[in-house]
Design a protein around this ligand. Structure first.
Ligand code: NAP
Ligand code: G4F
Length: 373
């Protein structure tokens, strides 16, 4: 029987968790890399731990030895290199760390495969990004669009893209990049703009937060659902030849549009007033009468703290090649459905967090009063 053994770097992240579920359902033995840390970041994969074909190993993208040993031990047939310092704004504060993990890390994976003489049997997927288009030279962007990286993150990812291409040509390795446009979900990190908005809309609707501060509201993104995108990572490695693919929905929206729709799903209608740093999102109406006091209040404001030294403002992907050659449907989940899924999830999360915190407070009080011993 054909061995189907996947090694996923970045398994604890948004995409790593969905990809693990996807590959396990396809009958793969899945191995994930986690890094040693004093805090536990396994929340997204906690439900998979203990699954017979799911294995976790300690390694680090900054440590070639750990990668070489692990690749030798697991003998993967497919590697999905998803690990990265993936936050663009953070890359301005930690450019060297970002370069080490996101650029040289890719080289370390490629060399780990060669060192273990697996270059003819192990396929490699590299998590590349629409950030490569950066200060965009054409819209929409496809596989032929010139790159113009516009952050330390994008520059590091550009190295990753080219070293993958180089090893494909120099050593005939089956290694490819998926140039993925933004994809989001209820598992998205809380500092990325979409999740920051859906959590804030839920908290404001439940009286837990007064105002949401954002940066550039005019920024345009092509947002898809992460659960749909991990299928493409797999499809790219099943293609008859190693090639790079743009993965996107082909539809773009502003950050402002995302926020308007997210608040709508949280039962709050917004209107926008002012421009640039002075722009505000003001409540026009609410569905829940207990939120009547919000009408006329500013619940979204702009803060310079969230502006970037250089910002990518016009991402719009053309997924024609993925559609035609991989048979992938870029419209499986629409923008409207995505926002709804995220807000519904966060409305429940905020409510559950509230119940848990009330229970903790009550327990503390009962312990203090000796009601619970
Ligand atoms: P994410 O949620 O931020 O996950 C990043 C993962 O990388 C985490 O598991 C993290 O581990 C791991 N990691 C970071 N540094 C590491 C190191 N030194 N050694 C080992 N693991 C390390 O990212 P994502 O949204 O799932 O994205 C997955 C990949 O796709 C990333 O490479 C990202 O740059 C790329 N990408 C994402 C998008 C998007 O819209 N989501 C679009 C295009 C490309 P910890 O849990 O320990 O932090
Ligand atoms: O959600 P973001 O931080 O995502 P960004 O920068 O597009 O990067 C994400 O997508 C890339 C694919 O294109 C990935 F490669 C990367 O790993 C990551 O997953 O910001 C989106 C836009 C930006 O233009 C930003 O300036 O939203 C704007 N924005 C406005 N206010 C904000 C905020 N971004 C964040 N994070 N926080 C804000 O308050």
């Amino acid at each position: 029987m054909e061995r189907k053994v996947a090694l996923i770097t970045g398994v604890t992240g948004q995409d790593g968790s969905y990809l693990s579920e996807f590959l396990l359902a396809k009958g793969y033995e899945v191995h994930g890399i986690i890094r040693r840390s004093s805090v536990d970041y396994r929340e997204r994969i906690a439900h998979l731990e203990g699954t017979p074909n799911f294995h976790l190993h300690y390694a680090d993208m900054g440590d070639s030895m750990s990668l070489v040993k692990l690749v030798g031990k697991v003998q993967p047939t497919e590697i999905y290199n998803l690990a990265a310092q993936s936050h663009v704004q953070v890359s301005f504060d930690a450019p060297e760390f970002t370069a080490d993990v996101d650029a040289v890390g890719v080289l370390r994976i490629l060399e780990a495969v060669r060192t273990n003489h697996l270059e003819n049997s192990c396929k490699i997927y590299q998590a590349s990004t629409s950030e490569l288009y950066g200060k965009v030279e054409e819209v929409p962007q496809n596989e032929m669009t010139p790159f113009h990286p516009y952050s330390p993150y994008a520059v590091a990812k550009l190295y990753g893209f080219w070293i993958i291409k180089e090893y494909r040509e120099a050593y005939n390795m089956f290694c490819c990049s998926g140039i993925l446009f933004n994809h989001e979900s209820e598992r998205r990190g809380e500092t990325f703009v979409t999740r920051k908005i859906t959590l804030a809309a839920a908290r404001i609707a439940q009286g837990k937060q007064d105002c949401l501060y954002l940066g550039n509201l005019d920024s345009l993104r092509d947002w898809g659902y992460a659960k749909d995108y991990v299928e493409c990572m797999w499809l790219i490695l099943q293609h008859h030849t190693p090639e790079d693919f743009v993965i996107a929905t082909g539809v773009q929206h502003t950050v402002r549009e995302f926020a308007t729709l997210a608040f709508h799903h949280a039962g709050i209608e917004l209107r926008w007033e002012g421009e640039g740093i002075n722009e505000k999102g003001i409540v026009v109406s609410v569905t829940n009468p207990t939120n009547a006091h919000l009408v006329g209040k500013v619940v979204v404001a702009v803060s310079e703290a969230f502006y970037r030294p250089t910002d990518v403002v016009n991402l719009w992907g053309d997924p024609t090649k993925a559609k035609n050659e991989l048979g992938w449907n870029p419209q499986t989940t629409s923008f409207e459905q995505l926002v709804q899924i995220m807000v519904q999830h966060d409305m429940q999360k905020v409510a559950a967090d509230h119940v848990a915190s009330v229970m903790r407070t009550n327990l503390a009080e009962y312990l203090e009063k000796g009601i619970v011993k």
